[in-house]
Design a protein around this ligand. Structure first.
Ligand code: G6P
Length: 479
């Protein structure tokens, strides 16, 4: 646990997130293997740079991470293992972390902001929840104290996501001199749904974020929902000291195009081509196996396409990559099993000796994801709700022949890509099946033209710009 020391540190720019840019595995011989993470969040936040003036504060997430922290100097990881960045990893008590991360962040806040409560996970706000809430407070306080220690006078601190909704106010109390930003990568729940939370907890969460000078969101819609929650729950709404900002996040086009043309991706394409079969069209999706991603309804829509439009049988393959996520939670494990069960059922029902209708892969492999992106005729992105959804932006950038995008109107990315996509209501399976058919039948020229426009819109806000815009807005704002 962090100490309560609040002496003024050195860093001028700080970011804080639960998951950091590096994670450690313990090798068989007991030594530690450091791996850099990928994804938009890490690449965006990596714009923090590697000079001694900046530090990234994150939590140790497993045994490897904990061993790395214990051997590190004051929690600061060796820069040769972090790609040059100064990273302070917090060794938060494992049960406190589990209750804050799995109990509150993933089972409550994630479900509220994505409107996901329904059987089998209903909201239960009892004594167990209150105990987990205390862990969430402790976890947030540990971040606030570490940030207070590391930050130079007047430094800028960018706190990330629903894991750390209380940290801005806690940090403000410790260090009123700092410029504090909070950024939500998720949607924000509308007031009627947010108010499922007990009143005191709802007020504490909003008050926590309002401890920041600037609360950032990926789209205007999520920012407006936050503002509406403040009005309904707190009465007076947004205090004059807090500014609400909208900062969209785009795909890193240069990186993706270069990475997608390396040899390992070409190898994966050859292997996938074998699985798909010559001359067939592809409907591609790549997601974490996540309830909000709506993978099962996507499969059911594909099944309905095969049922209603027999002309597509043998001619199309649904390439679905669903990478396990948050498997500590039973509801995620059950969902993973359900995805498999439905995919198997479709293959049993419609498959023939030479054609597997659904090619499902569950082992995370970035090179294979890029291979599927390149081969996509249609990209299926149908989340129930999503802060942005970078896959919707990445596939058009990488696809070789240009792809048609079937996109949920509930993804943040829809605000930027909607005009050239086939828009779906994520709950409407029949409507999604129809959109898949329309996307598959789009003439090649029109598809390429749309895909080009999608790629241009998708790369308009590269991750580094997202970071620098936030930082600039935060530091430009008067105290
Ligand atoms: C998604 C969300 C992020 C969130 C992350 C956490 O990518 O868009 O807002 O921070 O999940 O995932 P984790 O695997 O760390 O629970």
């Amino acid at each position: 646990m962090a100490s309560t020391r609040t002496a003024v540190g050195k860093a001028r720019v700080l970011v804080a997130s639960n998951r950091g840019p590096v994670s450690y595995q313990v090798r068989e011989d007991g030594s530690l293997d450091a791996r850099r993470g990928g994804g938009g969040l890490v690449s965006g936040l990596s714009a923090i740079g590697s000079d001694a003036d900046s530090v990234w504060v994150c939590a140790a997430l497993g045994d490897g991470d904990r061993a790395a922290v214990r051997r590190a100097d004051g929690g600061l990881l060796p820069v040769e293992e972090t790609g040059g960045q100064r990273v302070r990893m917090l060794d938060i008590d494992a049960s406190v972390h589990a209750e804050a991360y799995n109990g509150i962040a993933n089972s409550v806040l994630w479900f509220v902001h994505h409107l996901l409560y329904q059987t089998p996970l209903e909201p239960v706000f009892d004594a167990d929840f209150r105990r987990q809430w205390a862990s969430y407070q402790t976890y947030n306080q540990a971040f606030a104290e570490a940030l207070a220690e590391e930050a130079a006078e007047g430094a800028a601190v960018l706190i990330q996501d629903y894991h750390l909704a209380l940290a801005p106010r806690m940090l403000r109390r410790l260090r009123p001199d700092l410029r504090i930003g909070h950024f939500s990568h998720t949607p924000w729940a509308p007031p009627d749904y947010f108010r499922l939370l007990p009143d005191d907890i709802a007020a504490e969460l909003l008050g926590g974020v309002l401890g920041a000078d600037r609360a950032g969101f990926l789209t205007r819609r999520w920012a407006d929902a936050f503002t509406a929650c403040c009005h309904e729950v707190l009465g007076p709404g947004i205090p004059s000291g807090t500014e609400i900002g909208v900062h969209g996040l785009g795909a890193d086009g240069d990186f993706l195009r270069e990475r997608a043309h390396r040899a390992d991706v070409a190898e994966r394409m050859a292997a996938l081509r074998e699985e798909i079969g010559e001359g067939r069209r592809t409907i591609v999706r790549v997601d974490r196996t996540e309830l909000s991603k709506n993978i099962v309804r996507g499969l059911l829509a594909y099944e309905q396409l095969l049922t209603d439009r027999p002309e597509w049988r043998e001619k199309v393959v649904h390439v679905a990559f669903a990478y396990p996520s948050r498997q500590d939670l039973a509801v995620y494990r059950d969902y993973t099993a359900e995805v498999r069960r439905v995919a198997d059922r479709i293959n049993e029902r419609y498959g023939t000796p030479g054609w597997t209708p659904v090619v499902l892969h569950v082992k995370d492999d970035f090179a294979r994801s890029l291979a599927a992106y390149r081969m996509a005729d249609v990209a299926l992105v149908n989340p129930i709700r999503d802060g942005m959804n970078l896959v919707a932006k990445e596939i058009p950038v990488v696809s070789d022949e240009g792809c048609a995008l079937v996109l949920s109107r509930e993804a943040g990315a829809h605000e930027e890509l909607g005009e050239d996509a086939f828009t779906v209501n994520p709950y409407d399976i029949t409507g999604t099946a129809r959109a898949l058919h329309e996307a598959l039948t789009l003439p090649a020229e029109e598809r390429a033209a749309r895909s080009k426009r999608l790629a241009a819109a998708a790369t308009a806000l590269p991750p580094a710009r997202w970071f620098l815009d936030q930082l600039q807005a935060l530091t430009a704002q008067p105290s």
